[in-house]
Design a binder for this molecule. Structure first.
Ligand code: FES
Ligand code: FES
Length: 219
């Protein structure tokens, strides 16, 4: 085998290459082992809750809601079955219909797919928290004025999605409304009127669902 050229800094013998490669591989492996060990230590130091009931405090509609729940209880279940907040509806119970939509820190989420224990510390708003001093919110009123419901089971979820949108974007386009409500299903098919109500709540004058459909196509 030819000897390495000592004048060339990139020249290596097979032996010195293997030695250097082995040293860096060992250093990388040590770093990996250390980070896995740190991760395991973190996991082991985290407190395990349950399976028995534990005290939970949720901030719902500006008030603390103190409950004793098993950690497996969802936020929707906590609201509907462990307190009297039955406005959020349970339909699919698997994150597909949006009937259970509530706002967590102003972001719409499916409450059937979040554990109540995980929602502690966040600002939760349900449909019951929208009316102020006995007066419906503009979105709620618009849904009534535009007759944007049939059976009404999906309506709280749509109202929460539209409310969240208008907080971020007070004057959305029809397409933006449709996008915001993409996670909400209405089996009665009141979509044009939902759109109409959302546009009305945002200050756009619309007279009929038919006009709304054409508006949506143009937007
Ligand atoms: S009940 Fe939560 S998404 Fe359907
Ligand atoms: S109004 Fe009946 S499911 Fe929407």
């Amino acid at each position: 085998m030819s000897e390495p050229n000592s004048d060339n800094p990139f020249s290596l013998s097979r032996r010195s290459f293997l030695k250097k490669f082995g040293a860096s591989a060992a250093a990388a492996a040590t770093t990996q082992v250390e980070s896995v060990a740190a991760e395991l230590e973190k996991i082991n130091s985290e407190k395990v809750y349950g399976p028995d009931k534990v005290p939970i405090t949720l901030q719902v509609n500006g008030k603390p809601l103190k409950l004793e729940l098993e950690p497996r209880v969802t936020l929707l279940d906590a609201l509907r079955n462990y307190s009297n907040l039955t406005g959020s509806k349970e339909v699919c119970d698997r994150a597909t219909c949006g009937a259970c939509t509530v706002l967590v820190d102003d972001v719409p989420i499916y409450s059937c797919s979040k554990l109540a224990i995980e929602a502690q510390g966040a600002k939760i708003t349900t449909i019951e928290g929208l009316a102020q001093n006995g007066k419906l919110s503009p979105v709620q009123q618009a849904f009534i004025d535009q007759d944007a419901l049939m059976c009404g089971y999906c309506t709280p979820g749509f109202v929460m999605s539209v409310t969240s949108l208008l907080k971020k974007n007070p004057h959305p386009t029809a397409d933006q409304v449709r996008h915001a409500c993409a996670g909400n299903l209405c089996r009665c098919g009141t979509y044009p009127r939902v759109l109409q109500a959302a546009m009305k709540a945002s200050g756009v004058a619309v007279n009929s669902p038919t006009e709304m459909i054409s508006y949506a196509k143009l937007a």
